[in-house]
Design a protein. Structure first.
Ligand code: PEP
Ligand code: MN
Length: 337
């Protein structure tokens, strides 16, 4: 249930509506927009008459939201959401480039990655300190030391940091060093982790699960938002299909679909989407053409010696080339990068 208040509605009128929603067992999230206050009532059922609210003083309109997600729905904030992380805005006119290695390996490696990303115009340094690996015998990440290395290099080059949180127990540590917490594809439906991330006040980037439908992605975003954290960035990173040539199938169409169904910013990760570095550039270009608010790619000074995901990791000159070409595509769709 969404109630849009009239321009200039009084606090008493807003409280009246909140009380009515709460009496009907709705949890109410209030957003004070520039013009209108919007009340989103999240409740067990939507069996209500909008007209019951529309007749109340100060109410402009009321909508039943039929989609199972409400806070993540486009209708909740039709103008779209811009998320501020450090000095970076995601979801605005500027397309944000995020780059770095799959895994943090050493200070020297991250220093080089930060330099490559910053000099080419990237804004966010990525790198995994806690790695979800298919095999327990593969490199599992450097942990806190990795986060410290990321923070130092990002600060030196004026970047912000994104890194993956694998478990709720890591949240306090991550918050100390990281500007955006990444929820990996394998954790997209780890509902307890999503609930815990709903209680923090830092942006999270939610990756699409390897076999998740778009509705499931949005319901996972809803978990975080229902907990109180409205700062969710969605990320298309490829899904598993019958195709074996690419590591995953990069679902470019998910980008405009997510943008139409939700007000949340959408980032594309073509590296995990295709798994092969030669295919990252065309998928990155296609993603921005399709409306992505950001690009998340893996880049390493020597990808053939990377500790993980080397095959899909760009070489420095490829990252630079991608950024140059993205500028043209961004301009063609009325954006900048
Ligand atoms: C990653 O970003 O390195 C990663 C593990 O991503 P995903 O969760 O999309 O596989
Ligand atoms: Mn990776």
């Amino acid at each position: 249930m969404l109630v849009v208040m009239n321009q200039g509605a009084s606090d008493a009128q807003v409280s009246e509506v909140i009380q009515k929603l709460e009496a009907l067992k709705f949890k109410v999230n209030r957003v004070d927009g520039v013009v209108h206050t919007v009340l989103a009532g999240v409740g067990p059922a939507d069996g209500l008459e909008p007209s019951e609210f529309e007749v109340m003083a100060g109410v402009k309109e009321c909508h039943l939201i039929v989609s199972p997600y409400k806070l993540a729905a486009r209708a909740f904030r039709p103008e779209g959401t811009v998320i501020k992380a450090g000095n970076v805005e995601i979801g605005g006119k500027e397309v944000i480039a995020m780059g770095g290695p799959c895994s943090v390996e050493s200070p020297a490696q991250i220093e080089l990655a930060a330099k490559i990303v910053a000099e080419a115009g990237g804004k966010v340094l990525r790198g995994g300190a806690f790695k979800p690996r298919s095999s327990p015998y593969s490199f599992q990440g450097m942990g806190e030391e990795g986060l410290q290395i990321m923070r130092a290099a990002a600060d030196k080059y004026g970047l912000i940091v994104i890194s993956e949180v694998m478990d709720a127990s890591q949240i306090p540590l991550m918050i100390k060093y990281v500007d955006i917490l990444q929820i990996g594809a394998r954790n997209m439906q780890n509902f307890n982790l999503l609930k815990d991330l709903g209680r923090i006040n830092k942006p999270v980037l939610l990756k699409r699960g390897i076999a998740a439908t778009i509705e499931e992605v949005l319901l996972s975003a809803e978990y975080v938002m229902a907990g109180g954290n409205q700062e969710v960035i969605l990320c298309e990173r490829g899904i598993r299909t019958f195709e074996t040539f690419t590591r995953n199938t990069m679902d470019i169409s998910a980008i405009p679909v997510l943008k139409s169904l939700s007000h949340l910013p959408v980032v594309a990760d073509p590296s995990h989407g295709v798994g092969k570095r030669s295919l990252v550039l065309p998928m990155a270009l296609a993603s921005v053409a399709a409306g992505a608010d950001g690009i998340l790619v893996e880049v390493h000074h020597d990808p053939d010696r990377a500790a993980s995901d080397g095959a899909q990791t760009l070489k420095p000159e490829q990252f630079k080339d991608m950024m140059d070409k993205l500028k043209l595509i961004a301009a063609a769709v009325g954006r900048s990068i």
